[in-house]
Design a binder for this molecule. Structure first.
Ligand SMILES: *Cc1c(COP(=O)(O)O)cnc(C)c1O
Length: 357
């Protein structure tokens, strides 16, 4: 076996790719009995309507044919739920696919992508693949964003804000996002992967501002991370451009059917959200009682720091006991622990171990 990467393979690929640190997702152990509180998956099974839709799609000849390239069934149903027209929606193989489409649509080689820091590291990777630069504007200590986020620069083509943000779980008020978007001279993506867990969202901004795009994921609030489905909402003129960039069949027949069934079951969503929010409150209070600074969260995870105790050994000690959380270290910012809201039993098991470490 030749080594994975040699100086000669580096010369075969584009210099932007050779220079890139690939995005590293959180640990996904494929065996063993772990309590997984590290990648913000939903701890509950999805709506039972999903299994029925999958079974119906797997029967007969549906899978023998190419899927609908426009995911029309999903767009129609989602449009009703969201109160927009279907041509305001584009679907993707997870919202990561939509982020890729967006960066490819708006940001050319040598141009600039702006994002807050610390936030979702994938944005930086996508800029790197495109040969674009990223302009990372630091959050203030209270996780608000200053006006410098909207400052002009000639090569700026796209700004992406995760709202609620990861790892903080904090939410910029829609009015603040609207203000920044109005000043920014480029397209603005609001990544609402955690939007269903928050008290408000930025969907309304899409109607007021033709440069705003909101992305949503089925991985977190709909408990379908294994399925890969997401969508974006924007005015039709932008959707039309993005459709040119996406793969023809970026969503398969199973995921379109399952996501359509999932979004149709809003009662399941409301019930799941209530459970997560209740456990989130309990987790925050318990972490504070243990002496952590646990930030108020609008997502399905909690960002915790401790004034005296180093964070990495806490992560290691939990891992040794079969509990995975996320240790995050942001150069120039600091580190901390991001804990996904699991079931009540999972959080009880986590807290029991925390009291001993
Ligand atoms: C999880 C996550 C995504 C990706 O969601 P997928 O739909 O699973 O691709 C996008 N943005 C943020 C901020 C996330 O945390």
């Amino acid at each position: 076996m030749p080594p994975a990467s040699t100086p000669s393979t580096d010369r075969l690929v584009r210099p932007e790719i050779a220079a890139l640190d690939g995005y590293v997702p959180g640990e996904q152990p494929q065996s063993g009995k772990w309590i997984k509180l590290n990648t913000n998956e939903n701890p509950y099974p999805p709506s039972p309507a999903v299994a029925r839709a999958l079974a119906a799609t797997a029967t007969g000849r549906t899978l023998a044919k190419y899927p609908d390239p426009m995911a029309t069934a999903f767009r129609r149903r989602a449009a009703e739920v969201l109160g927009v027209d279907p041509d305001w929606i584009i679907c993707g193989n997870g919202s990561d696919d939509l982020l890729t489409i967006l960066v490819r649509t708006f940001v050319g080689e040598g141009e600039c992508l702006r994002m807050p820091y610390p936030s979702y590291i994938l944005y930086r990777t996508l800029a790197g693949i495109q040969g674009a630069s990223c302009d990372e504007v630091h959050y203030r200590p209270d996780w608000s964003l200053g006006d410098d986020f909207a400052s002009a620069r000639d090569d700026l083509r796209l700004a992406i804000v995760a709202n609620p943000n990861s790892p903080s779980g904090t939410l910029l008020p829609p009015a603040r996002v609207a203000e920044l978007a109005a000043r920014l001279p480029c397209a603005v993506v609001v990544d609402e992967a955690y939007g269903d867990f928050a008290d408000t969202n930025c969907l309304g901004l899409v109607k007021d501002n033709p440069r705003v795009i909101v992305t949503r994921s089925f991985s977190k609030s709909y408990a379908l991370a294994g399925l890969r489905f997401g969508f974006a909402v924007a005015q039709p003129a932008l959707i039309e451009q993005m459709l040119k960039v996406k793969d023809s069949y970026n969503c398969d027949a199973l995921s379109i059917a399952a996501a359509t069934a999932a979004i149709d079951d809003q009662a399941w969503l409301a019930d799941n959200r209530a459970k997560i929010v209740a456990t989130r409150t309990r987790l925050i209070e318990a972490m504070r009682a243990l002496g952590f600074n646990a930030h108020e969260s609008q997502a399905n995870f909690v960002w915790c720091t401790h004034a005296e105790r180093p964070h990495r050994p806490i992560y290691e000690a939990l891992k040794a006991q079969g509990i995975l959380i996320r240790f995050m270290n942001y150069a120039g910012w600091g580190d901390g622990l991001r804990i996904t809201v699991g079931t009540d039993d999972e959080i009880d098991a986590f807290l029991a171990v925390m009291k001993t470490v």
